[in-house]
Design a protein around this ligand. Structure first.
Ligand SMILES: [Zn+2]
Length: 455
């Protein structure tokens, strides 16, 4: 691979390239060559240094034995553009970052391709997860509990919440007071006992009533026979069907969301609302799964822009590529009345492959929505493959796969994320914003009130 890069750089060296041209070549080509392998294997430091040095010499215009002045240390050149530098990659750091990313994904996402492959061959992931997540008193029974938990058909953020419940690390008022945050540890609902993990989601009178009236009809035994939350969840896991288990997790989650609403927003939520929230979210989650399985040919796609439902926003994204200039990204976020919440028009001086560019645009759109604190979003693109991959949540080790994985990993920041495909005629505003970026390289708005007629 070192030879491949050496050859490539040698080919380019003969040409008279501007510094901007060199920068683009280094970022888009030379440093991208090793990215696939670097996401799978740890490279020897020596190889990284060799490649770094080849790129460094190319940048400073050095050929063979002749020596040129290197004006800045390479570590400086590799700092991000935000820090005023060129944002070249230090390959060893990049290698470590890519491997760390894979490792993180193995731990957090068992449905990824890599995770599945490894799981079939070895039981490594289980061991990895158990070592990291189990409490010290880990037993065979608990291993079963983790397995059960990570396979529930519920949103990932609810899985993480349930996991926190089971190992008793919810930030309850009691736990916060023990850490010196706040002085009042009394339950905000009943005012009768300390808000512990058990009290917050099970033992409070308000919760006892909720469990009894829920579709699961759980009648709790006397307090002294209930055990820890972990025991209780483990016990529940052994009875009933998987649909009941999913709902159980969702109710726990919505009850916790309701407590936080009461404490932080002084809004009280009724038992019915709480259960309705849990069932609605579960239904939405199931719908997303079904959408992903529907063959795309049987669906009729809209020709024009259609506003989202109330309290949901739609993020339209598009990308356009110009030879010798780079990639333009266009984002438009609009509400149910078609009014613009925010737009973004941004030029990146790298000519990406169109599929990668569209995925990057989608990622930018989600980050923008997250920055504005939007909760329910639909991401819309005119790239059918991208939309399909987001719906099926397929990740792989290619550069595109990595960007898509980035997009998927922003999902948990929202209460609801759906992705939809629209024909180009329905994505005109985002398309124009992407082209616009070549004139104004970075432009972002937050205007409320403008209602345009563009699709
Ligand atoms: Zn209470």
């Amino acid at each position: 691979m070192v030879d491949m890069i050496r050859k490539k750089l040698k080919d380019w060296n003969g040409r008279y390239l501007s510094t901007a041209g060199k920068m683009v070549l280094i970022q888009s080509a030379a440093q991208a060559i090793p990215s696939y392998l670097m996401s799978c294997f740890s490279f020897p430091a020596n190889t990284c240094n060799q490649i770094n040095s080849l790129i460094r010499n190319f940048w400073w215009g050095q050929r063979k034995e002749e020596r040129r002045i290197h004006w800045k240390a390479w570590s400086f050149m590799c700092k991000s553009k935000k820090e005023g530098c060129l944002g070249f990659r230090d390959l060893q750091c990049f290698n470590e970052a890519m491997l760390a990313k894979q490792c993180w994904r193995l731990l957090t996402n068992e449905s990824s391709l890599l995770s599945k492959v490894l799981k079939q061959r070895t039981e490594n992931i289980r061991a990895l997860k158990d070592n990291n997540l189990n409490s010290p008193s880990s037993s065979g029974n608990e291993a079963g509990l983790w397995k059960w938990l990570w396979y529930l058909k519920i949103p990932n953020k609810v899985k993480v919440f349930l996991w926190k419940c089971v190992i008793c690390i919810l930030p309850t008022k009691g736990a916060l007071r023990r850490r010196g945050v706040g002085t009042n540890a009394i339950c905000a609902r009943c005012g009768l006992a300390e808000e512990t993990n058990e009290h917050a989601v099970r033992d409070c009178g308000w919760m006892e009533f909720m469990w009894a009236m829920s579709p699961l009809h759980i009648y709790l035994p006397p307090l002294q026979h209930r055990g820890t939350l972990g025991d209780w969840v483990a016990q529940f896991m052994k009875q009933g069907d998987s649909d009941g288990h999913d709902l159980f997790a969702m109710i726990l989650w919505s009850a916790w969301a309701a407590i936080n609403k009461l404490i932080f927003e002084k809004q009280s939520i009724t038992h019915q609302q709480c259960i309705k929230l849990a069932t609605a979210r579960l239904h939405e989650h199931a719908q997303v799964g079904v959408m992903g399985r529907t063959p795309s040919t049987t669906r009729i796609y809209p020709q024009k822009w259609i506003p989202p439902e109330e309290s949901t926003v739609k993020i339209n994204s598009d990308a356009s590529i110009r030879d010798g200039e780079g990639t333009g990204i266009g984002i438009a976020i609009r509400d149910h009345r078609g009014q613009i919440i925010s737009t973004l028009s941004k030029m990146i001086p790298i000519e990406y492959d169109i599929a990668v560019a569209e995925a990057i645009a989608c990622r930018e759109g989600l980050v923008l929505a997250k920055d504005w604190g939007l909760r329910n979003v639909i991401i819309e693109s005119d790239n059918i493959n991208l939309v399909n991959r987001l719906q099926k949540r397929t990740e792989d080790l290619t550069y595109l796969g990595n960007i898509i994985a980035d997009v998927i990993h922003i999902f948990p920041y929202f209460d609801m994320v759906n992705s939809s495909f629209v024909k180009r005629s329905g994505n005109i505003l985002a398309h124009h914003l992407a082209s616009f970026s070549f004139f104004f390289s970075w432009f972002r708005t937050k205007d409320r009130g403008y209602s345009g007629s563009l699709g």
